[in-house]
Design a protein around this ligand. Structure first.
Ligand SMILES: [Zn+2]
Length: 427
């Protein structure tokens, strides 16, 4: 079994840095994980300050409180001894430990306790050596054994990626995702992972058991509206992302979707159906908004990303499909209404969850690349506006769908508007 890990939450570290020389400390410990955290300290006689572990659902908040332990402010020498004792799996004699604790040392008597020590001069006394500011110990009459320590850092999450990733530009962005299903769920997770600050999720459906085979949400969310299930999942995973769920149907509730698009920088549509895709293509064009449409074609054999730009030389979804038909290719759009099937009947071959997630993540990549290129990052330029990803290619598909190897990714240019298109031509 590994050593007991003692976690010092940020709040506890701050209290200790400004406290006096010693005091009592309480730890909550999870036996199965052999981990605990500092849950209360006394900073002066009789005054106990509780320390919270975030998030509130953290498993250690449900751990068992150990008998009271102690904390001591110490010289850096004790933390050098801690590092050394950990390396050789050794212990310090109680007398040696007590000598390095300037004040308040409590003898363990016949039992034992957890001690947390704080060495304020660890960094200044030994710059660059990496001597820890906090150390933890199991103090018994037979010896003082080093424990493992993890101190919660000041900064966690995407902010850690700055300045090597454009954290600020993405944190300021708002993206609407229409469709919170199997593709959309993966898109939403990926957008949050990239650091998009605000996500508006639109989906009129509930998560039910038959969705679980492909959806990123799990059984605990069955019965919730899909957009709310994703919001609740991501609150745990990516607390820095602001998520607004809307149980809206883009066709029936177009008037309520328009204001969402008006405050978005981009819209991703992962809804599987001809009508919602056309509505988003139209609404995005009218709103002057870049749109990324993602779906799978040919029973899940090909993933497709279609970026629609509201530019005079680029056509809407209907115009893109018309251009395909005119070029002698099939129009894959009508098959989208058939759904993915249930894998046993309705359609013999059907899309697999992870294939859909790949497409959803590629849509998120295309969306983020579009936002970043616009924000002045030329290295984020896509090779084209129409991406085709081979998931289960079959011989005989007409161009441009004639991909032959799994994983092949083909990018094509967007086509211009068809004359007379009611979406592309100014009203
Ligand atoms: Zn058009």
């Amino acid at each position: 079994m590994s050593r007991l890990l003692v976690i010092v939450p940020r709040e506890g570290a701050e209290l200790l840095r400004s406290a006096g020389s010693h005091g009592s400390a309480t730890f909550k410990v999870s036996g199965p994980q052999n981990a605990g955290f500092l849950c209360a300290i006394s900073v002066k006689e009789g005054s106990i300050s509780p320390v919270r572990m975030t998030p509130p659902t953290h498993f250690l908040n449900f751990g068992d409180a150990r008998p009271v332990g102690y904390w001591y402010r110490v010289a850096t020498d004790l933390h050098v001894a801690w590092e050394y004792a950990r390396c050789r799996n050794g212990a310090l004699p109680v007398s040696a430990f007590a000598e390095l604790v300037p004040s308040g040392f409590k003898h363990p008597g016949g039992g034992g306790y957890i001690a947390l020590t704080y060495a304020p001069d660890a960094e200044t006394g030994h710059p660059g050596v990496g001597i820890a500011e906090f150390a933890a110990w199991q103090v018994t009459a037979g010896g003082v054994n080093p424990l493992d320590v993890a101190c919660e850092p000041q900064v966690v999450g995407n902010v850690q990626l700055a300045p090597h990733w454009p954290v600020e530009a993405l944190a300021a962005a708002t993206v609407t995702v229409v469709g919170a299903g199997s593709i959309g769920g993966a898109t939403v997770h990926a957008l949050a992972d990239y650091g998009v600050g605000r996500l508006l999720l639109v989906d009129p459906d509930r998560l039910l058991w038959h969705n679980l085979v492909r959806h990123v949400s799990g059984p605990a969310q069955v019965g919730k509206m899909k957009a709310f299930a994703l919001r609740d999942d991501l609150e745990q995973l990516r607390p820095g992302t602001s998520i607004e769920p809307y149980a809206l149907d883009v066709i029936r509730d177009a008037d309520k979707v328009r204001p969402l698009l008006a405050r978005s920088d981009l819209v991703v549509c992962t809804a599987d159906g001809v009508a919602p895709r056309r509505v988003i293509s139209h609404l995005a064009r009218r709103a002057g908004l870049d749109a990324v449409l993602a779906c799978v074609l040919e029973d899940g054999g090909i993933g497709e990303i279609l970026r629609l730009r509201p530019w005079p030389d680029r056509g809407c979804l209907v115009c893109q499909r018309q251009a395909l038909t005119d070029a002698g290719a099939i129009d894959p759009e009508p098959a989208l209404d058939a759904g993915y099937g249930n894998g046993t009947r309705h359609r013999p071959m059907t899309a697999v969850g992870s294939d859909l997630h790949l497409v959803g993540q590629l849509a998120a990549k295309a969306a983020v690349a579009t936002l970043l290129e616009r924000a002045g990052h030329p290295d984020q330029r896509l090779p084209g506006d129409h991406g085709l990803l081979a998931l289960r290619p079959q011989l005989g598909w007409p161009p441009p769908f004639d991909l032959t190897r799994v994983g092949e990714l083909r990018w094509l240019d967007a086509r211009p508007p068809v004359p007379g298109c009611p979406t592309c031509e100014e009203p």
